[in-house]
Design a protein. Structure first.
Length: 433
């Protein structure tokens, strides 16, 4: 009989949740066949059979939390497909039924007599202990009567074995502490149960997925462990929209992908990060690590929650390369095909709430990064032009959340201002790109 265990997944992943069993008891499997889908903090992975044979027993159910090294199933290398564990359980029940009733009765009688003997022995020992002479001062005896303490239960600190009043007080305080302990446990249990609010009207309760639990935990940690602050600016999108309109057909024909807004903002972000390197850094202990690479995380919304796959070396990619990289990681995310390496090592993140209609938000930093750029919906608003005329222009609010521990407000404001300048002059951005 071979065991199937949860394998080593990655350094940062030590546990997961069984999302779906791909086999059932009695199924024939070959070595390396996938047997279940495991949901981890970041991605879903398949666990394969360590040996070929028949699935003899599934030790965990869907929804159970498991850790690396846990035994989750057993494989019978000599078994035949179609066999069910119900047969073995039926045999066991038959064997139990065949066991003589007389033997059971004898065992019960012997066990009962043994328990009676043990109780008699304990009571006799207690009686012998109370009959023994106890040396105690009159004051100690009086104090023991007042507190209801048995002198035979008190250990004397006097070298001669004489019990004094302070010994009685010490025994009484320890006794009170023991009584208070279960009360405290009850209070804590009541507190935990009170966290679940009861409603008079119908509600639906469902367990959070492991990924959603991790998202919740990481977002709270980011706010608790960083001095997060957000600064805002607005961008006139007229020139980008005109350029995109002019080039979209030729761009699609040449590169087989559409020209979107994200490539412009990614290029602008990389250019601004080069000018303000602390926003492309992170804190490790008492050191600031300035990254000399530009792996940009792209926040993608999926059914299971938000994930942030990374477009590698964005500074070396042209507009088409960035668009293809974004499309690739977004497709993987929505099809649940992301690998761990797709999510690790980003230096800065861009999130676009505008695709859902968001006008303004304060994005939360993707720790251990120290900056995240938030994009929002494009709306026509009245704008005063340099010649004092008022025009309706397509405007977008942009936000930068940053860790104030290493990024000063001046740098954050100037960083966002630099992105605004590059987006409003995209021709220059294209030439630099």
């Amino acid at each position: 009989m071979k065991e199937i265990k949860v394998p080593e997944l990655a350094e940062s992943i030590t546990e997961g949740t069984i999302a779906e069993w791909l086999v059932k008891e009695g199924d024939q499997v070959e070595k390396g066949d996938p047997v279940l889908e495991l949901e981890t903090d970041k991605v879903n992975v398949e666990v394969n059979a360590d040996a070929g044979g028949v699935i003899a027993e599934l030790l965990k159910e869907e929804g159970d939390d498991v850790e690396v090294g846990d035994v989750i199933a057993k494989v019978d290398e000599n078994g035949e497909a179609g066999g069910s564990s119900d047969d073995s359980s039926d045999d066991k029940q038959e064997e139990k039924q065949e066991e003589p009733k007389e033997e059971k009765q004898e065992q019960q009688q012997s066990t009962a007599s043994e328990q009676k003997e043990e109780k008699k022995q304990e009571s006799s020992n207690e009686q012998e202990g109370t009959k023994g002479d106890v040396i105690a001062t009159p004051a100690a005896r009086k104090r023991a009567r007042e507190l209801g303490i048995d002198l035979s239960e008190i250990s004397a600190r006097d070298p001669l074995g004489r019990i004094r009043p302070e010994d009685v007080d010490s025994a009484a305080s320890s006794k009170n502490e023991k009584k208070a302990a279960p009360k405290q446990e009850k209070k804590e249990s009541k507190k935990e149960s009170s966290e679940k609010t009861e409603f008079d009207k119908p509600v639906v309760r469902e367990k959070m997925s492991r990924r959603r639990q991790t998202i919740a935990k990481r977002l709270v940690e980011a706010q608790q462990e960083s001095a997060m602050l957000t600064t805002f600016n607005e961008v006139d999108m007229t020139n980008v929209m005109n350029l995109r309109k002019e080039r979209k057909d030729s761009f699609l024909k040449k590169h087989d992908i559409k020209l979107g807004f994200m490539s412009f903002f990614t290029k602008a972000a990389v250019g601004a990060l080069k000018e303000f390197p602390l926003i492309n850094a992170e804190i490790q202990g008492n050191e600031i690590v300035k990254k000399q690479f530009y792996d940009i995380g792209m926040a993608v919304s999926t059914e299971e929650g938000l994930v942030v796959p990374v477009v590698r070396d964005a500074d070396r990619l042209d507009f088409a390369g960035i668009e293809k990289g974004i499309a690739d990681v977004a497709t993987k995310a929505r099809n649940k095909e992301l690998q761990l390496e797709d999510l690790q090592g980003g230096s800065f993140t861009i999130t676009n709430g505008g695709i859902f209609g968001s006008m303004l938000s304060t994005p939360i930093i993707n720790a251990p990064q120290v900056g995240i750029l938030g994009l929002h919906n494009i709306e026509k608003r009245a704008k005063v032009m340099p010649d004092d005329t008022i025009q309706a222009r397509p405007m977008m609010y942009i936000a930068l959340s940053y860790d104030h521990r290493i990024v000063d407000g001046k740098d954050a404001v100037q960083f966002l201002r630099r992105i605004k300048e590059m987006i409003e002059d995209p021709y220059d951005l294209l030439l630099e790109g």
